[in-house]
Design a protein around this ligand. Sequence first.
Ligand code: GDP
Length: 375
Amino acid sequence: NRDQDEHKVKEYLDELEFLTYTAGGEVTKRFTQRVEVPNPKTYIGSGKMEEVQHYVKENEIGSVIFDDELSPAQQNNIEKLLKCKILDRTSLILDIFAQRAKTSYARTQVELAQYEYLLPRLTGLWTHLERQRGGIGMRGPGETEIETDRRIVRDRIALLKKKLSKIDRQMETQRGNRGALVRVALVGYTNVGKSTLMNVISKSDVFAENKLFATLDTTVRKVVIGNLPFLLSDTVGFIRKLPTQLVESFKSTLDEVREADLLLHVVDISHPNFEEHIDSVNKILDEIKSVDKKTIMVFNKIDKYQPEILEEDDLITEKTSSHFTIEEWKKTWFSKIGDRALFISALNKENLDEFRKRVYNEVRDIHVTRFPYNN
Ligand code: GDP
């Protein structure tokens, strides 16, 4: 369906624009092209390339960002043709991570991912470029490292891996020392409200803002609901096409998810692509072998969303009034995903009592199976 495709492409580019903005850039022009498969040499076709070239020559564009991971050869060829800075989705995401990494652990993880991205791209890559300093895609491994040979990069990768595995072991011990408390992990696409929810239920002060990947390091808080304590972790947000280098180097950050007893999968239902977001998250959960974990789906931002009501006969009625009662929510499409779903607004603190009750019940059940004699 062409309309649906175009709608999707718009959403993808909106997301890429949001990523660019998060990295500190500004988008002035968008280009799309409908092709069966990307051109193996230049990703886009020659006609489209000329169109882009025109804007580069007119100085209307300083760099071009592709919504995909370009092969090293493609990147090289496009750079030769356009003679400007070429970024792909992976390098853009890596750049944002580099800006946002605060602890030395997160910095090490990002640095490793950046070097792994860089290694196959070392030959000839930067030679056609004007030697510009700074800007998106230039943070992290600087020019001097880029110009040195692959061997040095490989040594650096080995060193970073060693450093990480040492910290990993320490973290493993720390996690072990946390004792028998039930562990709950917030997971979800980036910017869905995980940190906001974490703050509301743990009364803590985790950094939340309307940018992608505000959270890089895992935050773990002890939360008490009723008189039941458990550990709640908020981890890095997932995104469509999350660079594999990152999934690999954020292994330990993701261990928090892997070792959790219960997942709270937070979804922003006000986002037009939320169903695809759910799929992206599930895909990464699958990669880290956590897709079969006990999960509560938490649909957030109900204050920003107008659902359609499903009648008995499956016909849809448009809702005209602005507020939805919980009974009405139960009549929507979302009720079809079963009772594992909750609808909240973390921002307006709507329906949080039901949320707490559900989490409490699940945690209590896990607790009881773990300590059958203490209860
Ligand atoms: P995270 O990346 O998943 O941790 O998301 P954040 O907690 O940083 O939130 C991302 C943005 O969504 C912030 O601007 C929040 O204020 C906003 N937000 C979070 N929860 C809600 C909500 O229930 N309703 C609305 N309208 N905005 C929300």
